[in-house]
Design a protein around this ligand. Structure first.
Ligand code: MN
Length: 334
């Protein structure tokens, strides 16, 4: 992975020669991915006004993102648009989340850039990578690109970036100093904070509500020393259910589910748990389990996921064994 590139050189193509670009989100694009892509498109448009830029949303977008895309409309690539001069992947983390676009990246002669706040996955899919793991949103990294290129976002683009930033940073609660500074600069550029909060509010998704309640109902509870861990299984919304287990007070939530012939596992942990135990869910559990069971996965210290084909029960058991290696003996509560 080519790291340490100079963000001032973004997009790493002479703008004068740039004709066609695409910005690709992770599958089922969330607000951070889509709105960051929207802003990158605006940045490319400022640097190369003659360039036609598409956004690609492999596998569609979340319900909230669909709503936001009405307010921040953009041409969406339909996959039949041929080759591009420039491919920018944003907020993707694991390159598998590019779906069919991974192959397009691989075969294209165009320049391929990654803009992300997830840990780098290695590999050689990208020509250039701009990664800031300290950033709590991809939008924060994108705001940095505007700044490094000396471009002030127009008020609509500033609004998009601020909403993306709020979405991915629990409304700035987990943002660091650079995130907060970036947010203030966006407000100075014309973004409206109250409006951003309002637009991120969404109608409850009752499919998700039921999944969370069922997940809680089916939970198994474990203790490792003082730590409380909850596991559950559900056919969809695994990540939401894992987060719901944390809201209920567990230090760690693990939720498995079968879909499309694979077993998906989502994990969430509290910051307290991570700091006290040193356990990193992404590198020490998700990546490790994907390696042991065959599959792929990764993520952050407190939020990670992986997929295997080992079946729900076996996968959960093997993962709890992994936690036992890391934390000492687990006791299952009745
Ligand atoms: Mn993100």
């Amino acid at each position: 992975m080519p790291l340490g590139v100079n963000p001032e050189e973004f997009p790493f193509v002479d703008p004068a020669t740039l004709r066609k670009a695409v910005v690709v989100c992770h599958r089922n694009a969330d607000a951070d991915a889509y709105l960051s892509a929207y802003a990158i498109s605006m940045l490319i448009g400022t640097l190369a006004p003659w360039c036609e830029t598409d956004i690609a949303t492999p596998g569609g977008m979340t319900t909230l993102t669909q709503k936001l895309s009405m307010k921040f409309p953009h041409r969406i690539a339909d996959g039949s648009d041929g080759d591009y001069d420039l491919y920018v992947a944003v907020d993707v983390g694991d390159e598998e989340l590019l779906n069919e676009w991974k192959e397009k990246f691989r075969v294209s002669q165009g320049v391929k850039v990654l803009v992300d706040h997830h840990p780098s996955r290695g590999g050689d899919l990208y020509s250039y990578a701009i990664i800031d793991e300290e950033a709590t949103s991809a939008a924060e990294v994108v705001s940095g690109l505007f700044e490094r290129r000396g471009v002030t976002p127009d008020p609509q683009t500033a609004q998009a970036l601020l909403e993306a930033m709020l979405f991915d940073s629990s409304h700035l609660a987990i943002a660091g100093p650079s995130g907060l500074k970036a947010a203030v600069k966006l407000i100075d550029a014309g973004a409206d904070l109250a409006l951003a909060r309002q637009e991120l509010r969404s109608e409850p998704d009752y499919g998700e509500v039921i999944a969370r309640l069922k997940g809680a109902q089916r939970a198994s509870i474990y203790k490792a020393g003082k730590w409380v861990m909850a596991t559950s299984h559900i056919g969809s919304f695994q990540a939401h259910v894992a987060r719901a287990l944390i809201y209920l007070g567990a230090d760690l939530g693990l939720v498995a589910g079968e879909s499309d012939g694979e077993t998906r596992v989502s994990m969430r942990a509290t910051q307290r748990f991570h700091e006290a135990t040193g356990v990193k869910l992404g590198s020490q559990v998700a990546e490790e389990m994907a390696k042991r069971l065959g599959g792929h996965g990764g993520g952050h210290a407190t939020a990670a996921s992986f997929s295997t084909t080992s079946g729900e029960e076996g996968t959960v058991q093997a993962t709890m064994k992994r936690f036992e290696e890391l934390l000492g003996e687990l006791k299952k509560l009745d």
